[in-house]
Ligand binder design. Structure first.
Ligand SMILES: Nc1nc2c(ncn2[C@@H]2O[C@H](COP(=O)(O)OP(=O)(O)O)[C@@H](O)[C@H]2O)c(=O)[nH]1
Ligand SMILES: [Mg+2]
Length: 678
């Protein structure tokens, strides 16, 4: 475990995460040519969708040997739509390195990654890449991170020169300059800057440890050894956030970053323990090479050539091919089949995965993404992962009717790959509704249905599950009487109909006395009502919050039947609806919108055009938090709207709150649309 480093690369789209991995693979002689994103020749971005987009859509894993250590890197896509991949990457690693583009403004996708992962219980650091680009400025990039986040990165590797003159880095902890791992002279014009950064680092290191702080106060500085040991421990404890300068495509600082990963970042042994769940209670377990097996599938997917693959992180004990294991989340046994180490699209078979390591498992029967794998005599589970709430919805349907049976199974497979995608059958609108994080996520899903399963799927904004009710009362009478040859039909009912409180549902009262309707027909009356209530009367939506009291009626010895009373009951309710001022109810959600200050005016204006009601606002850190209620019909399109209003920087979370009366003009539109569909 001491000789492994597990790194998650997340952050800004196009900051150069994948290019960094390609360069590290080459520098460690794992590959013998450098893959280029722009030529579609990388080891890491090899899916057809990734080559087409020139950008990652799913996480990739690389492993390389460096100075007798194994570095596993999980490279995640930057787009917020692929949050599930970023969370998965962070689960596999001891350190998350956020990659920023040193030549651009503070990036929205970086901000989103930080917000998504800031609470993950692992170490965090920053890589400032693309420092060879025109306009690149390391110090400015660090400043932007300090301004826009709660992180205060401490530079460890700083650049020598910038833009096209960027030529090497200085390791502040060592006080030495390097070019691709070879020591060089510190340029004379940089000595002041190095000194300044060194003091900054020394202070940060000293502050992380009482003994060092005392020493620092007494002597005024720390020795080189105290610095390196102190630095590693400060980073491991999360007290110091390291920052590194690189250019991936010009191979500057990359070798030095690899050195820094080995020297300064925590190994699985440094992490030492993790929090797990045993019998619904949190528990800390010590990690060891020899202990019981505890592993976690941080991502699963189905590979067209190999079948189902589960990427696993072994935390404790070891995993061997052919061994029996237990999957606590599924309460089921499973068996480890063949295993391999992953280098992007390349695999190296292994029959053992040791504590601290990462690998791929082929065709597990039960274990899928976010499942633990433990010894058959253990019940330990990984902690529940907090996922972002859905903010975007689309209903999905096979374009061709003959695909309708196939789409369910295909969707189930695809949902396994992305934990922020959900699919629910809405009983009321009879639609399959995807809820998720963004448009690109859905469009990738649609593409994969086509490319992997040959299913063409149509997407549309889901229908809103309105409900019908009444706002007044009615007293109605209906007699169903039909004489057609032989046996006739006869059923007569008197209803008193009134609205009930929101959420009360449907209530049926039988106050018929003196056998005016024989008891045996009463259930038929209720059944008739329940059928209409399910289908609705004015708009094809379910009826709620309604009380029907049947208080009188009439029957015929020969002609009365259950059917006749059902029909009488339907018609009586329809009549009652005409009188009792029917209305529509719509779902209203609580929405919490988080935006930078400068967008307040626009966002508030937009909320009111969406019939939203602002309940309050508060300042939280560097952002404004707006609490509001918004009808679901407006919320359905809110994600793209908020994105364009705030240059992508706003976000929201939402949950269902209650049903509320739809305003008259909108009711008329909904009813007209419903009747047109029929
Ligand atoms: N000039 C320059 N371009 C880079 C650097 N790193 C990556 N790129 C380019 O930036 C684009 C996005 O790189 P990629 O590795 O896919 O970024 P990712 O989205 O973070 O994985 C590609 O065109 C790369 O060639 C760098 O350090 N300098
Ligand atoms: Mg990438």
């Amino acid at each position: 475990m001491e000789n492994i480093r597990n790194i998650a690369l997340v952050g800004a789209i196009g900051a150069g995460k994948t290019s960094l991995v390609e360069q590290m693979l080459f520098n460690s002689k794992t590959t013998n040519r450098i893959g280029k994103i722009d030529d579609g020749t990388t080891v890491m971005d090899f899916n057809p969708e990734e080559i087409e987009r020139k950008s990652s859509v799913s996480l990739g894993i690389a492993n390389l040997m460096w100075k007798k250590n194994k570095i596993n890197i999980v490279d995640a896509p930057g787009l917020v739509d692929f949050s599930s991949e970023q969370i998965s990457a962070s689960i596999a690693a001891e350190t998350i390195l956020f990659v920023a583009n040193g030549a651009s403004e503070f990036d929205v996708s970086l901000e989103k990654s930080i917000e998504l992962l800031v609470d993950r219980p692992v170490v965090k650091g920053f890589i400032i890449n693309r420092l060879d680009n025109e306009g690149a400025d390391f110090n400015k990039a660090i400043e932007r991170i300090r301004e826009n986040t709660d992180f205060n990165p401490t530079p460890i590797l700083i650049p020598i020169g910038s833009e096209h003159k960027f030529s090497g880095v200085i390791d502040i902890a060592k006080g030495k300059a390097f070019k691709n791992g070879q020591e060089i002279e510190i340029p004379a014009n940089m000595t002041d800057q190095v000194e300044e950064r060194k003091m900054e680092l020394m202070e940060a290191v000293a502050e992380s440890n009482d003994d060092l702080l005392e020493k620092y106060f007494e002597v005024g500085e720390l020795t080189k050894e105290e610095m390196t040991i102190g630095l590693k421990s400060a980073i491991s404890q999360g007290k110091l956030t390291p920052a590194f300068a690189t250019s991936a495509t010009h191979d500057i600082g990359v070798t030095d970053l690899m050195d820094a990963i080995v020297e300064y970042l925590p190994s699985p042994a440094d992490r030492n323990e993790i929090q797990v769940i045993q019998n619904n209670e949190e528990k800390i377990i010590q990690l060891s090479d020899t202990g019981d097996l505890f592993a976690y599938v941080f991502k699963s997917f189905s590979d067209p050539n190999v079948g189902d693959i589960s990427y696993v992180r072994v935390f404790s004990g070891k995993m061997t091919s052919g061994s029996d294991v237990y999957i606590p989340e599924k309460d089921s046994k499973d068996r480890i089949g063949s295993m391999y180490y992953v280098n992007g699209k390349n695999r190296v078979d292994t029959d053992e995965l040791k504590a601290g390591d990462i690998g791929g498992l082929v065709k597990m029967k039960v274990a899928r993404g976010f499942d633990s794998i433990v010894n058959t005599n253990s019940k330990l589970k990984f902690r529940e992962i907090k996922l972002p709430t859905p903010v975007y919805w689309q209903s999905i349907k096979a374009a061709n009717q003959h695909d309708e049976d196939k789409i369910g199974a295909a969707m189930a497979k695809l949902l396994d790959e992305d934990h922020t995608l959900n699919l629910d059958m809405n009983q009321e609108t009879a639609e399959n509704v995807i809820s998720c994080i963004g448009e690109q996520q859905v469009s990738l899903l649609q593409k994969r249905l086509k490319s992997r399963y040959k299913i063409e799927a149509n997407l549309k904004t889901p229908s809103v599950p309105y409900k019908e009710t009444i706002s007044g009362t009615a007293d109605v009478h209906y007699k169903h009487k039909k004489q057609s040859g032989g046996k006739g039909q006869f059923g007569e009912v008197y209803f008193r109909v009134k609205p009930l409180a929101r959420g009360a549902g449907f209530e049926f009262v039988n106050s018929v006395v003196g056998g005016r309707i024989p008891t045996k027909f009463i259930p038929a009356i209720e059944k008739g009502l329940v059928e209409v209530i399910g289908k609705g009367i004015i708009s094809g939506n379910q009826i709620v919050d309604l009380c029907v009291d049947v208080y009188d009626g009439g029957y015929h010895d020969v002609d009365s039947s259950e059917m006749a009373f059902k029909i009488a009951s339907w018609n009586a309710l329809k009549k009652a609806f005409e009188i009792a001022k029917p209305i529509l109810l719509e779902p209203v959600h609580n929405v919490q919108i988080i935006i930078p200050d400068e967008y307040m005016g626009d966002v508030m204006g937009d909320i009111s055009t969406r019939r939203g009601k602002i309940q309050g606002m508060e300042k939280k850190g560097k952002k404004q938090v707006l609490n509001a209620e918004m009808p679901l019909s407006e919320l359905m399109g809110y994600y793209p709207a908020l994105k364009s209003l705030t240059q992508g920087r706003g976000k929201f979370i939402q949950e269902f709150s209650h049903y509320e009366k739809v305003p008259g003009d909108i009711t008329a539109k909904v009813i007209a649309a419903a009747n047109k569909e029929d």
